[in-house]
Ligand binder design. Sequence first.
Ligand code: 0O2
Length: 214
Amino acid sequence: LSWRSLGELAAGYIEVQNTYRAAIREINTKLEILDDEFRMRHQRNPIHYMQSRLKTPRSIMEKLRRKGLPFTPESVRENLTDVAGIRVICHYIDDIYMVAKLLTAQDDITLVRETDYIKNPKPNGYRSLHLVVQVPVFFAERTERVPVEIQIRTVAMDFWASLEHELRYKAAEDVPDYLVKELTECAEIINRTDMKMQWIYKALGEIKDVGKKN
Ligand code: 0O2
């Protein structure tokens, strides 16, 4: 690789980064507007908080290498859909589907892929709703439709996923089977709590409605 081509690669990657960063901003704004509107109507926010991240060049390079693909800006655009990532942490399971429905119903959003790890959890107990959407980003001389991966989950699902990720990361080797089983059991307990919290929330709403009518 010559210095000249290295320079071109760096410039290309900066452009890629700017594009994906802009796409994250677009989606963040859409989600904030939905959250504010819901609060105005129902006196509570469905979204607890949001996090976003751009995949690092190293992580992009490793993923492309794993797939046997070249590390060029064109290849990133053509082959990866998770360069821009947003994690949306909701209060209740119903909030997840409501946020997903309202976002994907917007005219300028295209739903590319939906993977529902809540209805179909991963064997280890991982739960989240994953969406890949495309959002248009308007530049001075062109418009680009940019993919963004959105992971939507409850506070409880996030609690499990964060710790499981950390434990896996910490373990020098593969986590032994009996501990994987324990972690999966934790995910099931957390899921039962998640469903109970949602039931309590609904039950309280119904009591309030009856109170208003009387
Ligand atoms: P990061 O840094 O979080 O982005 P892929 O591996 O992306 O090619 P796929 O099928 O698109 O394949 O991925 P998947 O499994 O649907 O979702 C990938 C992301 O979901 C992961 O990103 C995690 O953020 C999250 N995830 C998926 N499974 C688990 C799990 O078992 N535990 C936890 N804690 N998180 C999970 P990355 O790639 O790990 O990195």
